[in-house]
Design a protein around this ligand. Structure first.
Ligand code: ASP
Length: 360
């Protein structure tokens, strides 16, 4: 079955098809207004979400479908101790497609292993957020007219920010895309991610510590919020919380044709004065996000019989464990531990992609 757990669960061609359908839906929503009549989207939101959950809800409503589910896990059966796998299995009996958000990494993967219907990862911990990536891609396509030969600056919390991780994975597949990583030392892109995705994939990644150093080269500036909720302590968060602020003075150094994206919510990282700049695309991005989610729901149901790359080549080994403490397999021991062998022989956890280690 086709699920969207990792951005690379969609091939580049499938991604392009979804973005193109999203653009067609944006241009003529009325033509799609009845296409999901009698279909139901199940939303399983175990972590606070406004934009993503409402965007999914609005997307399904625009297509004439219905939505059921929960926005607060404390009121759901999880409060009685139900596992994510069981909840997904149960709700998949009531819905045609599921969207799940969870603070634990790998929870949507586990849901995809038990669900009877396609599962969409709506954000898992610091791991992935593939529908934000589709939103980012449609925005770049609409603002700049292409997804290749771009210099993309990712600024802010590159360590805990799942949207950046997914965006890099997806955009690395387009020709001539280069990344400039703008972060303080404490919030650099995780070393393993850099090695696996950037170095092994031969992706050009330059690291800098200020916006000014990079902004004049950029076609896209992807700003992010410092992910307060993922920090081990308040002090560590306080040290870096206002590390970068994009303002009009910095925008004056940028190309005339650059797009500023932000997955939102914004805290302090973009001064309000930037909103009036025509290059500020972040509110248009919200609108495009609804249309690309409409396209995703439509295509996943159409492609239901296709397989999911992140579910390929899995095996169990009772002597192995995942090394990521935020992985669902460590937080909830009922979750089956499954692993995958990378092309270079490394063993990784199938849920969260972290390295596997021997239990001994
Ligand atoms: N809304 C995005 C997410 O869910 C970005 C953020 O929360 O900062 O990851």
């Amino acid at each position: 079955m086709k699920h969207l757990i990792d951005p690379t669960d969609l091939t580049r061609a499938e991604t392009d098809e979804i973005v193109a359908l999203g653009e067609a839906m944006y241009a003529n929503p009325a033509a799609y207004a009845e296409t999901m009549r009698h279909k139901k989207l199940g939303t399983l939101f175990y972590e606070p979400s406004t934009r993503t959950r409402l965007s999914f809800t609005a997307a399904m409503m625009e297509l004439g479908g219905n939505v059921l589910g929960f926005a607060d896990a404390t009121n759901a059966s999880v409060a009685k101790g139900e596992s994510v796998g069981d909840t997904a299995r149960v709700i998949s009996c009531f819905a045609d497609i599921l969207a799940i958000r969870h603070p634990l990494e790998g929870a949507p993967f586990e849901a995809s292993m038990t669900s009877l219907v396609p599962v969409i990862n709506a954000g898992d911990g610091s791991h992935n957020h593939p529908t934000q990536t589709l939103t980012d891609l449609i925005t770049i396509q609409k603002e700049l007219g292409r997804l290749d030969h771009l210099t993309v600056g990712c600024c802010g919390d590159l360590r805990y920010g799942r949207t950046v991780h997914s965006l890099i994975k997806a955009m690395a597949r387009y020709e001539g895309v280069r990344f400039v990583l703008i972060s303080p030392e404490e919030l650099r892109l995780p070393e393993d991610f850099r090695r696996e995705v950037c170095e092994k994939g031969g992706i050009a990644c330059r690291e800098v510590t200020s916006i000014e150093e990079a902004i004049s080269d950029l076609d896209v500036l992807y700003m992010t919020r410092v992910q307060k909720e993922r920090f081990p302590s308040q002090e560590e968060y306080e040290r870096v919380k206002d590390c970068f602020v994009l303002d009009a003075a910095k925008m004056a150094l940028a190309k005339e044709r650059m797009a500023v994206l932000h997955p939102l919510p914004r805290v302090n990282e973009i001064a309000v004065e930037v909103d009036a700049d025509p290059r500020a695309a972040y509110f248009r991005q919200v609108e495009y996000g609804k249309f690309v989610r409409m396209a995703l729901i439509t295509k996943l149901l159409e492609w239901k019989e296709r397989d999911t790359p992140s579910q390929r080549g899995l095996f169990s080994d009772a002597a192995l464990r995942c090394t990521n403490p935020k992985c669902i397999t460590n937080a909830d021991p009922r979750t089956p531990r499954r692993f995958r062998r990378q092309p270079d022989g490394t063993l990784v956890c199938a849920c969260c992609d972290a390295k596997a280690a021997s239990l001994k």
